[in-house]
Design a protein around this ligand. Structure first.
Ligand code: ADP
Ligand code: 5GP
Length: 230
């Protein structure tokens, strides 16, 4: 069995258990993915986060294993060669990838999984995994994006410029996504993201197991019902 089939099976099993949605969240750099995802993870039960692998250097305050697994290009390549990534992409000059094992671990805990990945990775996951939910976080304008990204003080000027140069083509791919959330005010936007997760969980096709369990509590025939009610 290919490992691509593996992830689909894991997803299928988890969906039957009532969890296991893959929720893809993308945005241009500085768009507010991290900010909104952090809030959603605090508010929603049984929601987990897949920590990606990256060859980028850690920023001050970032922790290995919490924000990313920070690895060498060689380690990344070895993981890639062994088909360890559900998807991977080169983004703003560094490599990033979603570890299959990480996603399976979060799903095995019975949780839905947030993937904070770029638009290329989002397309690959949608192609290979059924029933994903994808959300594009939209900044209110280019000027606001630039101000927020510069205000984060996380990039040297050349990296900041590269990220801003790439931002328009990333926003243009909003059409590939199921939802667009405007990140104007963080509290409001986070609530919208949380609402999407709840609404997607309540979809009929994700509630089949629950409905079956509830149906089992009902008497089979109308004559049985009549006897119980009298
Ligand atoms: P991303 O993860 O998409 O690169 P971040 O979540 O790091 O973006 O947000 C970029 C910067 O903008 C951060 O400094 C963050 O605090 C700030 N920010 C995010 N959302 C908002 C918002 N709605 N209003 C004001 N500042 C915001
Ligand atoms: P940053 O360097 O700002 O943390 O991330 C840069 C970009 O890489 C963001 O668009 C982020 O979503 C994306 N990214 C982070 N992890 C992954 C991943 O595992 N796969 C892909 N394709 N993109 C990722």
């Amino acid at each position: 069995m290919s490992s691509e089939a593996g992830i689909t099976v894991v997803n299928g099993e988890a969906v039957r258990a009532g969890r296991g949605m893959l929720i893809i969240v993308s945005a241009p750099s500085g768009g507010g993915k991290g900010t909104l995802i952090r809030r959603a993870l605090q508010k929603v039960n049984n929601l987990g986060y897949s920590v990606s692998w990256t060859t980028r250097s850690p920023r001050p305050g970032e922790q290995n294993g919490r924000d990313y697994y920070f690895v060498s290009p060689e380690a990344f390549e070895e993981m890639r060669a062994h088909d360890g990534f559900l998807e991977w992409a080169r983004v703003h000059g560094n490599f990033y990838g979603t570890s299959r094992a990480e996603v399976e671990r979060v799903m095995a805990e019975g949780r839905d999984v947030v993937l904070e990945i770029d638009v290329q990775g989002a397309a690959l996951v949608r192609e290979h995994v059924k029933n994903t939910v994808s959300v594009f976080i939209l900044p209110p304008s280019f000027d606001v994006l630039r101000a927020r990204l510069a205000g984060r003080k996380s990039e040297v000027p050349s990296d900041l410029t590269l990220r801003l140069l790439n931002s328009r083509s990333e926003v243009e791919r909003y059409r590939d996504f199921d939802y667009v959330v405007l990140n104007d005010e963080a509290d409001r936007a986070a609530k919208e993201l949380v609402s999407i997760v709840y609404a997607e969980r309540a979809r009929r096709e994700r509630q089949t197991a629950l409905v079956r369990r509830v149906l089992e509590t009902f008497p089979e025939s109308s004559s049985e019902t009549k006897q119980i009610c009298i």
